[in-house]
Design a protein around this ligand. Structure first.
Ligand code: ARE
Ligand code: CA
Length: 688
């Protein structure tokens, strides 16, 4: 839903070409009909510098937006982090004054680029609790100064974060002051907000602030998901997008330590946010300083960081943010260079102090790749060498080859899925949109979609439909939203249309575990058209099931057995993802197994959720003895807290409590409904 908003932003850009001033070569400009789907964090950049950058680089290269550093008044000091210590909501600070800020917002907008403000609203500066310029006084703050234990939900949200005065975001006065600040930004033309330290604000407080906002700004929340912590990123998706730190960690691990082939299914790894709720990044301003080693950053030797960014921009998951900072020579506190990259200083590749990752050719051009492939938000034609060499397609719109190997070049042909023609290798050359020519090497795709790539160690090649030599023509320029970008439940079974059935029908029987799915009656259930496939949702996860596809009782396939892979494509079983579907799993981390799991959403926010049970009736008749009060502690699984019994249960009496205090009333679960969510029992599969 949020992704949709960003893509529909194109409407707002009509007239963009006409609005291009004399200082931009329209040859470079991205077509106004192409969506903008990736943004950049210009960390600590001055407003005047950002305005110029929008006009000369970001607009033409197709960036959607810039995340800017907190614009409001903060404590004095040269360290970068002073800006995370607000003293007022007036716009004033190191990057410039209010007028310069307004000027930037307008000029960026004219260039097709939005501004997202980093909104520091969880706290004020670490000094006395008196901020007359808002005004806030001691009454407007929470009163917990003990260091935060991240295992304790209450402390995370109510205690001072490293000494920063924690605002009472539960109070209407505070919420209104924050909303007034954000509305002032919106009125200036700011299009979105990063909610800093969102984990430290209860999600309902953010919702309450959001309800006071004018317009419909884009919102993404900084919530660092961490194993074992009670507060999860999932809690915040109702308010807007959320940062997916699991993605940053995965990229850091696989690109640094090897095994990037394992990133193929990254978007479905347990615990990952749904794609349309996730903001993804290779590094952020905190981790490039403090998490070097685990995070891929510009400090990495060689081009790992470069190709990691190329992967991010090619891989169909989340809303990518390119980090763009400055060199700090090991001094983690060091503030920014005293002049901007366009005003006296320069980018690193020109000998300056700003890193300017967003201008690196392969990164800047991959933004265009992502934009031009947005209609086909899918992954196909995957290839890997089993370790550090990968290649994949984005429908018929783009293809990328990434070589992370230190010793071995790639020299081979790939099925690209793309229309025949000559394409600019946008990692190694620039495409000129006006003349449809390429400044570097080209790749030729033959009539069968095959193309030969030579890719050296730790480098990449990429081609896309928007960078075809001579220009693309007709529908190939704008392929229909690929059918296979359709969402599908992980419990569905799909059939390709090569059978030419008029009324595709699926007959099924003998599910394992038995009883998970009731046998169909011949000829079975009719299947619904999904792009090039027909699908039927079995409604439950099965380990295996027998299947016959038929034409409403007429032509039929032989007896098939579906086990693991759910898409019957041209005579072979493939995964739904390999058929290109965007697979939705209600909660990827809640595996359905024969073992009975009882789960609780902990909507009472217990610190130590515990289950006490008695009268357990098992399917086998074996007895399970009653728990001893207050029972056993629950284990966090995704958004739920669960207890797994050693065997299937039929029914059970239980009480959830906070390790003995604040207990629920006596509850009873049945085998059909073992998840207690929003105070009602539901099937485990329905729990989110
Ligand atoms: C500075 C000094 C401190 C001093 C404090 C008050 O460095 O020594 O105590 O001022 O005087 C940034 C800097 C901080 C800086 C702060 C204010 O990083 O060093 O403190 O500005 O000037 C947690 C939060 C997460 C937060 C990270 C850094 O959950 O929200 O810590 N990230 C954002 C920004 C930061 C910013 C702030 C919040 C504050 O991105 O740049 O701080 O506005 C586990 C947990 C995480 C936790 C992480 C680190 O992984 O799961 O939740 O992140 O540990 O503690
Ligand atoms: Ca708080």
């Amino acid at each position: 839903m949020y992704r949709h908003y960003k893509i529909s932003k194109i409407a707002a850009l009509i007239g963009f070409s006409a609005a291009l001033g004399g200082n931009i070569s329209s040859a470079l400009a991205q077509d106004a009909n192409v969506p903008r789907t990736a943004f950049v964090h210009l960390f600590e950049w001055p407003w005047a510098d950002i305005a110029t950058e929008c006009e000369t680089v970001l607009g033409p290269k197709g960036y959607s937006a810039v995340q800017v550093s907190p614009p409001n008044l903060s404590i004095d000091g040269s360290a970068w982090w002073t800006r995370y210590q607000p003293v007022s909501y007036e716009i004033s600070g190191r990057s410039g004054d209010r007028n310069a800020f307004i000027n930037m917002v307008q000029r960026c907008k004219t260039s097709g680029v939005d501004i997202y403000v980093d909104a520091v609203i969880n706290h004020m500066a670490a000094w006395n609790r008196d901020f007359p310029r808002v005004p806030y006084s001691s009454n407007d703050f929470n009163n917990c100064t003990t260091p935060i234990n991240y295992q304790n939900r209450w402390q995370v949200q109510n205690c001072d974060l490293t000494g920063l005065n924690d605002l009472k975001t539960g109070s209407d006065y505070v919420r209104q002051k924050i909303a007034d600040y954000l509305n002032d930004m919106t009125q200036i033309g700011v299009a979105g907000f990063r909610i800093d330290a969102a984990k430290h604000i209860p999600n309902e407080d953010i919702a309450a602030i959001k309800s006071k906002l004018t317009g419909s700004p884009y919102i993404f929340q900084e919530v660092i998901g961490a194993y074992g912590e009670p507060i999860t990123p999932f809690e915040y998706t109702g308010n807007g997008d959320v940062t997916e730190f699991g993605y940053e960690r995965a990229i850091g691990d696989k690109f640094q330590n090897g095994g990037i082939n394992e990133l193929k299914d990254l978007k479905t790894w347990p615990g990952m946010l749904p794609s349309d709720s996730a903001v993804v990044f290779v590094a952020n301003h905190d981790d490039e300083r403090h998490n070097e080693g685990a995070t891929l950053t510009h400090l990495d030797v060689g081009d790992l960081y470069y190709i990691g960014n190329i992967f991010m921009l090619a891989y169909p998951y989340g809303y990518p943010k390119v980090m763009s900072g400055y060199y700090f020579g090991g001094n983690f506190d060091q503030g920014p260079p005293s002049s901007g990259a366009n005003f006296g200083n320069a980018c690193g590749f020109d000998g300056g102090d700003w890193v300017c990752e967003h201008r690196w050719r392969g990164i800047a051009n991959m933004v265009s790749f992502r934009n031009h492939t947005a209609n086909e938000f899918m992954l196909n034609n995957w290839w890997d060498d089993g370790y550090n060499q990968i290649a994949f397609g984005r429908g018929s719109s783009g293809f990328v080859v990434i070589n992370r190997d230190d010793n071995k070049a790639i020299n081979r042909s790939f099925q690209t899925g793309m229309p025949a023609g000559e394409y600019c290798d946008i990692i190694n050359g620039n495409y000129d949109e006006a003349t449809h020519t390429c400044s570097g090497p080209t790749i030729s795709v033959n009539a069968e979609g095959m193309a030969y790539f030579t890719v050296n160690t730790v480098s990449a090649s990429a081609i896309h439909i928007g960078a075809k030599i001579g220009g693309c023509s007709g529908s190939e320029c704008n392929p229909d939203p690929n059918p296979i970008t359709l969402e599908i439940a992980s419990t569905a079974v799909c059939l390709s249309n090569d059978q030419s059935f008029t009324n595709p029908t699926v007959y099924f029987w003998g599910s394992q575990p038995s009883e998970r799915v009731v046998n169909a009656t011949w000829p079975g259930e009719s299947m619904v058209k999904k792009g090039n496939y027909h699908c039927y949702d079995l409604g439950a996860e099965v380990d295996a099931i027998n299947i016959i596809f038929n034409d409403n009782g007429v032509n039929q396939t032989e007896d098939l057995r579906m086990q693991g892979n759910h898409c019957y494509d041209n005579g072979t079983w493939k995964s739904l993802a390999d058929c290109g579907f965007n697979v939705t799993i209600s909660n990827p981390s809640l595996p359905v197994s024969d073992l009975a799991k009882v789960c609780y959403d902990n909507n009472q926010y217990f610190d130590s959720p515990t289950i006490y049970y008695w009268n357990v009736v098992t399917a086998s008749g074996n007895s399970i003895s009653d728990a001893i009060w207050p029972g056993v502690s629950l284990t966090q699984v995704g958004n739920q807290y669960c207890h797994e019994f050693s065997e299937s249960i039929e029914s059970i009496n239980l009480i959830f409590s906070n390790n003995g205090s604040n207990q629920t009333s006596d509850l009873n679960a049945t085998k059909q409904a073992t998840c207690y969510q929003n105070n009602t029992w539901t099937a485990l599969e329905n729990c989110i």
